[in-house]
Design a protein around this ligand. Sequence first.
Ligand code: HEM
Length: 219
Amino acid sequence: MDVQAQSLMHALKAFSQRLLLHPWAKLWVGVLCALPGVYLVYGAFTESLGVNPAETLIRQSGDLTIRALCYVLLVTPLKDLLKMPALLRHRRTLGLAVLAYAFLHLLCYAWLDMGLELDDIVQDIFKRPFIFVGMAGFVFLAALGATSFNAAIKAMGPKRWKTLHQAVYVVATLAVLHFYWMRAGKHRFEDVIFYGAILSLLLLYRMVQALRHKMSRSA
Ligand code: HEM
């Protein structure tokens, strides 16, 4: 890389770092995360979600959940690759966006598919394996969301907190399994392979990092 390109990269990195550390940056990240959900709900109110709005709402909120999950897991590899620790400031906001979209997805299913009938929902969870797996993912996510605040980190201690929050990879595995099972009946796997590949690579990265860390400590 020549000197000019190098100084341009340097300036770009410094600018991004300043943006990420801006006092309002968390708010803007939150707004950006919420936009696709607001657009989806707006579509429902303006009746512009096509011939089957309930199906569109359930599926698109599912897509938003798995996409947000990919973004939150991308934070650490990007931080390492770009050497930009300020990215970590926004991991909690992204994590809460995953939970919010999963909740929207669950709410759309419970309301539009099941008419908010609790007995029917419980029966469905045990009847359809893909619903069971999705629900298990949601329970893990809720536990991560509930312990994502500073008070919880303090109460649990950073080591136990970190161990619990590695369950985000369990959520990712359950999410892909849920998606695979849902699409298995339709034999349409392109999107499942796409998200499965991204999440597998991110999990692999995490495993390699953990192994390196262990080896450097024992050396
Ligand atoms: C970690 C949490 C979850 C993730 C990441 C997730 C993700 C997804 C994805 C990606 C889809 C497919 C969307 C498409 O076809 O484009 C989907 C569909 C669906 N999910 Fe989830 N989901 C989760 C939790 C749940 C829960 C808790 C339930 C209900 C208890 C649920 C019920 C459904 C239903 C009913 C469908 C649509 C099935 C159909 O149209 O045939 N999901 N989900």
